[in-house]
Design a protein around this ligand. Sequence first.
Ligand code: NAP
Length: 483
Amino acid sequence: MLKKTNPWVREANLIGGQWVGADNGAVIEVDNPATGEIIGTVPNAGRAETKRAIEAAHAAFPAWAARTAAERGAVLHRLAGLIRDNVDALAELLTLEQGKSLAESKGEVMISAAYVQWFAEEARRIYGDVIPSPWANRKILVTREPVGVAACITPWNFPSSMISRKVGAALAAGCTVVVKPAELTPYSGLAWGVLAAEAGVPDGVVNIVTGTAAPIGDEFIENPLVRKLTFTGSTPVGKMLASRAIANMKRVSMELGGNAPFIVFDDADIDRAAEQAVLSKFRNSGQTCVCTNRFFVQSGVYDAFAEKFAKAVGALKVGNGLEPGVAQGPLINAKAIDKVAAHVADATAKGARVIAGGTRHPLGGTFWSPTVLRDATPDMRIASEETFGPVAPLFRFETEEEAVRLANSTEYGLAGYFFTRDLARAFRVAGALKYGQVGVNEGLLTTEVAPFGGVKDSGFGREGSKYGVEDYLDMKYVCIGGL
Ligand code: NAP
């Protein structure tokens, strides 16, 4: 159960500074994926509540946008500090609703704070331009202005850091927001709202609604007061929302699904590749958008890599994320484990060989044994679909050209990784991979200072880094004449 002593637990929505229930009192039950136990309920809000939240954000916008960058930054600095100071309570809440290990939850809460801190600093670096004028008597200025109310939709796999990455940037830019956290993991998002208020974010600047996705999304898209939609989630939902938002001429950012390749060349440091492969594949039990989905291993090191990797994967401790030493928590729900089971069954029926795991875990529920499959081939579902679970298929390749072709043969383009000791190859392959983010001899790339985002069906827009604020700014050209 949720600890009622945890000061950041809130079972209400934040609208215009008030904590409120759904108009009709309806609630959504939230469970702990490790135990199946219902840990609490949150409001099942709909369009009317969302409309009021948007109006509250719209009303709060002029005053927030008028604050100096230093003032907005100071509020965000306080918020970052509060998140860090309460990492233990926030991490426990995150593990309870999401399932990831406590160590990973602490890591997520800390990066959540790091995003807020980063954007606190970036608020003061939103520059404009003075362009050399073609007219002697006119000056040309370019200024950057906040877009207005931003609607933010976040997924269940990173319920804290995805909010920080969006809302931190939006608030730094001078925007106000309405956030819809995922139905499966609303508590970390609601806690974000409590912390924001505590840090001095004025009423109406951050609003949070929980409820059924479709009506909330419809209001976000159709309400003219919303000027920007930012979404992190699956590609099909993202495409549907983006096309409708663009029809209403709203600014749009889309952080969508991935199908990350991880290439191990014959000249790689195999020990490092195997160690990084575990991190890249099994973080959050394989439920991250940048998790490796396909491993391509060159023939000369295929057996050696497979053996080292399978051994490391076999040693991962599976269990309730709150227990010490657990590396792999449960999958988020029954649908997720059914997809994993279907991908493994399809792969083994088509000739893949299990060298680690391969079955549901003895703990039952949504626990799956971390799995490595040898002899994977492109006709398997796992080659083209995002498994979003703890299954690592190993494909064999012969040449660099073949590896790049296979890695790029997907509609996704979020993150890719490769391992080599050859400097020339490192530059060649980094340039050839059609991905928004590339790791060379690295399996984990995410940091608040670097741009996160994809190409192709993985979406557009960048979050984090100095570029992350741009998605929340409009450019204005001012011509000063008669000089
Ligand atoms: P999802 O089903 O697309 O849901 C994401 C969010 O969209 C949730 O808040 C969901 O609400 C909401 N949503 C669903 N249908 C909607 C609708 N009709 N209108 C408005 N909102 C709607 O994705 P997910 O299963 O939560 O997340 C996993 C996916 O996210 C994976 O594909 C993963 O790769 C991707 N992801 C991408 C990134 C990135 O930065 N590129 C980061 C993390 C995850 P409900 O929960 O209430 O249904």
